[in-house]
Design a protein around this ligand. Structure first.
Ligand code: FE2
Ligand code: FE2
Length: 168
């Protein structure tokens, strides 16, 4: 299969961001904890912002014709696979959301790193470097929350166990 063009790479990145936006707004609707809801809404807005950055750069490239070179062939990525993987069940709780979100952000970092490493220096590479940092920041937040949340759960389990033991 042929490698992707810069235009295809940008189009793919836009779909990825759209998809992330949809994932987080859906998750925000499902989240029961007010803090989680707020946090997920914020993430949804940020992903939408990423999509807008990509669109703006696309427009600039279309207008100016200044297309950066791909220095390393980028294999076509299967968009449908990417889109299908990240659904949430209706009864998903915050920990399920976190687990899927962490995977999502990890994949975004991976895909953008591939793009950035394959492009000559220029505005598109700069954008991908920026997006890599953004998605790493998202990932970090989820990892921290995941740690806190799972800690909380095990604390709860331990205190339930102590209560049970005392009751005996
Ligand atoms: Fe994003
Ligand atoms: Fe993200």
């Amino acid at each position: 299969m042929d490698g992707m063009t810069v235009q295809e790479v940008l189009a793919f990145a836009k779909i990825l961001e759209e998809n992330s936006n949809k994932f987080y707004s859906d998750a925000a609707k499902k989240a029961k904890l007010p803090n989680a809801k707020k946090f997920l809404d914020e993430l949804a807005r940020e992903e939408l912002g990423h999509k807008e950055l990509i669109s703006n750069l696309e427009k600039k490239i279309d207008a100016g014709g200044d297309i950066p070179k791909i220095t390393k062939k980028i294999k076509s990525l299967n968009i449908s696979d990417f889109v299908a993987k990240h659904g949430l069940d209706d009864d998903a709780d915050f920990i399920d959301i976190l687990a899927v979100a962490m995977n999502k952000e990890k994949e975004a970092v991976k895909v953008y790193s591939t793009f950035a490493a394959s492009l000559e220096d220029g505005k598109v590479k700069e954008l991908f470097d920026f997006l890599i940092n953004e998605e790493k920041r998202h990932l970090r937040r989820f990892e921290d929350d995941y740690d806190d949340y799972t800690d909380e759960m095990s604390h709860k389990k331990v205190s339930e166990l102590i209560k049970k033991m005392r009751g005996r």
